[in-house]
Design a protein. Structure first.
Length: 144
């Protein structure tokens, strides 16, 4: 991913997100991660890429062999797809997702059928008409 071309775009009908980050998460977001070719990517771009996959309404996940019905605030993901898209080995992706979980940015649930990610750091989102939708997967941030 090229930081010059990255720009988080809200889906149609979404005006804003309300997020809460721990100090550790903020420090990580401003840092960088190297891919397998040694290129650095700003961590907020990686996190933004995950956010861009999140469903804002209930529906079926797309682009998967076995799509799941997702709730608002969830996304279906694949370590293999992230590995290919971010040019990092699957073990590095798994370690990165574990670190994001430890900082309270994401939660993951892996099964034989599919993997689902939620974003407990998101308090909710505001629709274009001004309605605030609380994220059902929010939890309280704890400082470490």
């Amino acid at each position: 991913m090229n930081k010059e071309t990255y720009r988080f775009m809200y889906p149609a009908g979404i005006a804003s997100l309300s997020l809460v980050f721990s100090q550790k998460a903020l420090q990580w977001l401003y840092g960088t991660t190297r891919d397998d070719d040694g290129r650095e990517t700003v961590n907020s771009i990686l996190f933004g890429d995950l956010l861009a996959r999140m469903a804002f309404t209930a529906g079926e996940g797309k682009g998967f062999r076995r799509p799941l019905t997702l709730s608002a605030g969830q996304t279906q993901y694949s370590e293999e797809q992230l590995s290919a898209q971010w040019n990092m080995g699957r073990k590095r992706i798994r370690n990165l997702l574990s670190a994001l979980t430890g900082m309270g940015l994401i939660d993951t649930n892996r099964s034989r059928v599919a993997s689902v990610m939620t974003f407990p750091c998101i308090r909710g989102w505001t629709t274009a008409d001004g309605t605030f939708i609380p994220n059902p997967f929010t939890n309280e941030q704890r400082e470490e």
